[in-house]
Design a protein around this ligand. Sequence first.
Ligand SMILES: Cc1cc2nc3c(=O)[nH]c(=O)nc-3n(C[C@H](O)[C@H](O)[C@H](O)COP(=O)(O)OP(=O)(O)OC[C@H]3O[C@@H](n4cnc5c(N)ncnc54)[C@H](O)[C@@H]3O)c2cc1C
Length: 404
Amino acid sequence: MSGRPLRVVTVGAGIGGLTLALLLRRRGVTAEVLEQAPELREVGAAVALAANGTRVLDEVGLADALDRVSFEPTELIHRHGVDGHHIAAHPVAGWYRERFGAPFLGVHRVHLQMLLGEAWGSEHLHLGWRVADIEQRDGAVRVRSADGRELDADVVVGADGVHSVVRRWVTGGDSATYSGTSGFRGLVPVEQLTALPDPGAIQFWVGPGAHLLHYPIGDGSVINFLAVVEGPARWTEPTWMADDEPGAHLTPFGHWHPAVTQMIGAAPQGPRWGLFSRPPLHRWNRGAVVLLGDAAHAMLPHHGQGANQTIEDAAVLATELAPCGAADVPGALARYTTRRRGRTRQVQLASWATSPVLHLPDHSPALRARDSRLTRLPEDLAWIHGHDALAGDGRPAAVTTARG
Ligand SMILES: Cc1cc2nc3c(=O)[nH]c(=O)nc-3n(C[C@H](O)[C@H](O)[C@H](O)COP(=O)(O)OP(=O)(O)OC[C@H]3O[C@@H](n4cnc5c(N)ncnc54)[C@H](O)[C@@H]3O)c2cc1C
């Protein structure tokens, strides 16, 4: 390592950019974090953080603060969407923390973003800095903002989300793949959900052509939901969100259990979200410019892993970069890509495969095998939730992982 400190620029102050910056700082490297928004403010919806993410946030020092603003579900329950019978149920609170060494938590996105932002502070955060251009020169990378400001770095990390400008620069541009499914999201006070059994649980209501996922967030008084439906067959809107006819969010659930229709009907009708995934990348970097999080591997939401995989990326990249001088960056980025590419691809593929399985028709011959798999779910998913992205960073692995 050379004498001069490594100059790291992170494009994006979302979950990935801030987690990376915080982990680097703990290892003695100060990053400059560039964010296009004029203030750090995530809007809407919630995020479920699994053990593979929360164990890294613990390392950042956020475990107690996160516990205060989030809710640990009591159980994971799969039910039939129409008659409501239990297909499978597993304890979460207590059991999950014990099994995977870190909690599963439902948190409002605003609260997570605030915790990360407050932990990072304002000194090395550059708001209103929208990266528009990147130029690689001998031994340095120059990023340029839309209004002409410039900054040089030894390594630039594209943590700029699903519509990443940095990904376009690294790959030359590629298109997202539409899944043929779309979703409606909402937040509802639990007191309005009089028909809902087990309001403290994370639950999937599954049925022909659709499913509803919900879990409590914060102090448990609000339920976050995502209702996923088949179609439209083609997504023709210019953006991934589109206004729909009044009631379009309820139509596919017309004859479903009252808990389902009550929940979806209780939230103001939001836009329909086309569910897209980015194709897995072989190359994650171009020179000293590298991708992280959704910019590298945006995925469907059905394993609740977009943010968690992003946090894992941050842990691995921080571990690889922190001991480096500028000359060591190529090796560090190669090791980071090798450690992250296969695993994130597996999670992307598993997320893609999940929604058709949840949407099976009632008389499908595959139903029995699906239901039997759901009874083994926590162990089947141990390769995701048990993974310790910080292992190899002088820490022992938290749990044994089945595949990861
Ligand atoms: C409604 C919703 C619910 C979700 N639920 C879950 C869940 O339960 N569990 C889970 O694991 N994942 C979930 N996800 C996915 C998860 O939110 C993402 O995978 C995660 O936020 C990715 O983090 P990121 O840092 O890569 O990108 P982001 O968090 O999107 O951050 C990107 C940042 O980059 C900034 N930026 C963009 N372009 C530029 C530019 N040119 N210059 C400077 N800054 C720029 C953006 O303003 C933003 O702040 C959900 C996503 C959504 C939308």
